[in-house]
Design a protein around this ligand. Structure first.
Ligand code: PEP
Ligand code: MG
Length: 572
C-alpha cells in the first residue's frame, strides 16, 4: 500500500529503487550469562576479535592507498583504528567481562552506552558527531564476534538501503555497488557519513524510526531527498511526478556542466574571481576540474584533527607543496590552524574545557599561545611557496598588534629558512580573516598591516548577531539578512577598494546562490566557496549586471528589517 513519509535530507538527490532493509547496526543482544570459569577464554575471544578488526581495517586502508578520491575515507578508517587501539577501551571491556561476568558482546554494548552518554552530554556538535565514529568502530568488533568478519551487508545495484545508521567507511562501497539512496533513522548534516555522501552524490534521508519500520524489504521505494520525502510503493501519479523531477535535475546538471570552463564574467564584462574552499586533496581535485580561480581558503586544521600527534614541518611542507602543485600556478590560500571552539584536536593543542569556547583560545590566539607549533606551520607554508603562489591567512584577527607580531615572526622565519638553504618565494602574501566585529570596525586602522582580507561570514555573523552558529535552538536567527551584516560587509569591501587590497568572502554565504547578486551589489568581486557550489555561482554571475546591481546597494542598505531584505534580495 502506498505510504508517504517526510524526513530530513542530509544528502540531496533523487532515487527510485527497491528497499533493502538492514537489521539495526547494533542490535541489542539477548544477554546470555557467562559462566565464571569462561572469563579468561572470553577475554581472549574479545582480544582475537579486536585483532581481526584491526587487521581488516589495515587491509582496507592499504586498498585505498592509491585512490586519491578516497583520501577522506582513509581518514575515517584511521579514526576507527585509533578508537580500537585505545588501551583504555580494552581495559574497560576486560573489566566489564570480569565484573559481570559478561559475554564480550554485552561488554561492548555496555561500553558503547557509557561512551554514548558521555558524547551526548557534550554541547559541541562536532564532538557529538564523533559519537557515530565510536559506534561504528564498536559495531565492527561486534560483527567480527558474530560473523567472523566486520564486512557489512551493503546492498546491491538499484537498492535503497534502509537502516539505522551508516558508517562512513560504507558510503563508498554503497555507491560502488550501485545502491541508489539510503534511508536512515540516525544521522546529522555534520556527520562524516553525510559529508562523504554529498561528495559522492548519494542521497540520504533521515526518517523517524516509526516511519522507517513500516518499510518492508523488497518493496519499491521512491526517495526525493531534495524535498525530504520518501514514498513506499509509489502510485502511477508519483512515478510521473518522479520522472518530471528527474528530467528537471538532469537538465540543470547538463546546463551547469557546460560552465566548467566558462569565464565567471558578468553581462557587463566584469570578471569575478571564483575560488574554492578546501580541506582535502579531493576537494582540490574537484576545484581544478570545475575551473576554480584558486583556493581561497584551505582549512589546514584538518591535518591536525583525528590524530594523537602533530604533523611535523616535513609532513606539513609535503602536504602544502602538493596542494600548490595541484593548483598549477593558481593561488592557494593556506589558513593557519583554526583549532578551538568547535574544532578540538586529540593531540592536546586546544584547551579541552573553556566556559565560552567560541570566545576563547581559538584561531590565531591559540597559535600565538603555542609558538613552537605556529613556527613549524609558518615555516612549512613558506617552504611550500617555492612551488607556486601561496597566500597565508590568519583566522580570528582582533588586534592590530597581533598582525604586527605575526608579520615580524613571518619575516624572521623567511630569513631563517633562506639562511638554512631553503627556497622561499619573494612575495608571500599575509592576510587576515575578518570574522571578529572589532576587526571589521577597526579595519581602517589595521588594513595597512595586511596584504589581503578574507571575510569569514560564518563567524562574523555569529559574533555580530550573538547567535551561536552550532546551536539549533537559535538557528533561525543566524541570517545574513540583518541590516548590521549588510552594513559591515559593504564597509569592509569599500575599505578594501580604497586601500587597493584584495577582499574576498570565504564563509558559507559566498556559496549560497540566493545571495550572489546581493554580494555583487555590495561590491564583492572575489568569492571562495565549497567546490559543489562553483558552477551554480558561476551561472548566477553570468546572468548578473554588475553596474546595475552596484546601483542598488544604497537602497538595500536603507532597508530596516529581515522581511524587507528578503523581498528585495529575491527581486535583485
Ligand atoms: C568563517 O568563519 O566564515 C570561515 C570561513 O571559517 P570557519 O567556518 O572554518 O570557521
Ligand atoms: Mg571562522
Amino acid at each position: 500500500m502506498r505510504s508517504a513519509f517526510s524526513g530530513v535530507a542530509i544528502s540531496k538527490g533523487l532515487a527510485l529503487g527497491r528497499a533493502r532493509v538492514r537489521a539495526p547496526h547494533i542490535a541489542d543482544l539477548e544477554d546470555k550469562p557467562l559462566p565464571p570459569e569462561d572469563i579468561d577464554a572470553e577475554i581472549e575471544r574479545l582480544a582475537a576479535a579486536l585483532a581481526t578488526t584491526r587487521a581488516e581495517l589495515a587491509k582496507l586502508r592499504e586498498q585505498l592507498q592509491y585512490a586519491l578520491a578516497q583520501e577522506q575515507l582513509g581518514e575515517f578508517i584511521d579514526l576507527h583504528a585509533l578508537i580500537l587501539d585505545d588501551p583504555d577501551l580494552v581495559t574497560s571491556l576486560n573489566d566489564l567481562i570480569r565484573s559481570g561476568p559478561y559475554r564480550a558482546e554485552t561488554a561492548l554494548r555496555l561500553q558503547r552506552d557509557r561512551l554514548a552518554a558521555i558524547f551526548d552530554a557534550m554541547d559541541d556538535p562536532y564532538m557529538k558527531s564523533r559519537r557515530e565514529d565510536m559506534e561504528h568502530a564498536i559495531a565492527r568488533v561486534r560483527h567480527v564476534l558474530q560473523r567472523g568478519s566486520s564486512a557489512d551487508v551493503v546492498g546491491l545495484a538499484g537498492d535503497v538501503l534502509v537502516t539505522d545508521l551508516i558508517a562512513p567507511a560504507e558510503i563508498a562501497q554503497l555507491s560502488e555497488r550501485g545502491v541508489v539512496a539510503a534511508i536512515v533513522t540516525h544521522g546529522s548534516v555534520l556527520s562524516h557519513s553525510a559529508i562523504l555522501a554529498r561528495g559522492l552524490g548519494l542521497p540520504i534521508l533521515v526518517l523517524p524510526r516509526e516511519a522507517a519500520v513500516q518499510i518492508t524489504d523488497g518493496s519499491p521505494l521512491m526517495v526525493d531527498a531534495n524535498h525530504g520525502e520518501a514514498i513506499l510503493e509509489p502510485a502511477p501519479d508519483d512515478l510521473r511526478h518522479y520522472r518530471k523531477l528527474e528530467q528537471e535535475q538532469a537538465r540543470e546538471k547538463r546546463t551547469l556542466a557546460k560552465l566548467r570552463h566558462a569565464p565567471s564574467r558578468t553581462i557587463d564584462e566584469v570578471d569575478i574571481r571564483l575560488m574554492a574552499n578546501a580541506e582535502s586533496r579531493e576537494d582540490l581535485t574537484r576545484a581544478v576540474r570545475l575551473g576554480a580561480d584558486g583556493v581561497g581558503l584551505y582549512r589546514t586544521e584538518f591535518l591536525f584533527l583525528n590524530r594523537r600527534d602533530t604533523p611535523d614541518e616535513e609532513e606539513q611542507f609535503a602536504a602544502y607543496r602538493d596542494l600548490v602543485l595541484a593548483m598549477n600556478r593558481k593561488p592557494v590560500t593556506l589558513r593557519t590552524i583554526d583549532i578551538g571552539s568547535d574544532k578540538i584536536d586529540s593531540a592536546g593543542i586546544a584547551l579541552q574545557k573553556e566556559p565560552n569556547p567560541a570566545l576563547g583560545l581559538r584561531g590565531l590566539r591559540l597559535a600565538l599561545a603555542r609558538p613552537a607549533l605556529f613556527r613549524t606551520q609558518l615555516r612549512a607554508m613558506l617552504r611550500a611557496s617555492a612551488y607556486g603562489p601561496v597566500r597565508v591567512l590568519l583566522p580570528m584577527l582582533t588586534w592590530r598588534e597581533e598582525m604586527l607580531k605575526i608579520r615580524a615572526l613571518f619575516e624572521g622565519y623567511k630569513t631563517e629558512l633562506r639562511a638554512e638553504g631553503h627556497a622561499v618565494a619573494e612575495n608571500v602574501e599575509l592576510g587576515a580573516m575578518i570574522e571578529v566585529p572589532a576587526a571589521a570596525l577597526a579595519l581602517p586602522s589595521i588594513i595597512d598591516t595586511v596584504d589581503f582580507v578574507s571575510i569569514g561570514t560564518n563567524d562574523l555573523i555569529q559574533y555580530l548577531l550573538a547567535v551561536d552558529r552550532g546551536n539549533d535552538a537559535v538557528g533561525d536567527l543566524l541570517s545574513p539578512l540583518h541590516p548590521a551584516v549588510l552594513r559591515v560587509l559593504h564597509d569592509i569591501l569599500a575599505i578594501g577598494r580604497k586601500h587597493r587590497k584584495s577582499v574576498s568572502i570565504c564563509g558559507e554565504m559566498a556559496g549560497q546562490v540566493r545571495y550572489t547578486k546581493l554580494l555583487l551589489a555590495l561590491g564583492l568581486t572575489e568569492f571562495s566557496m565549497s567546490p559543489s557550489s562553483l558552477l551554480e555561482a558561476r551561472s548566477a554571475i553570468r546572468e548578473s549586471q554588475y553596474s546595475h546591481l552596484r546601483r542598488r546597494a544604497g537602497n538595500l542598505l536603507k532597508l530596516r528589517d529581515r522581511a524587507a531584505l528578503e523581498k528585495a534580495v529575491a527581486r535583485l
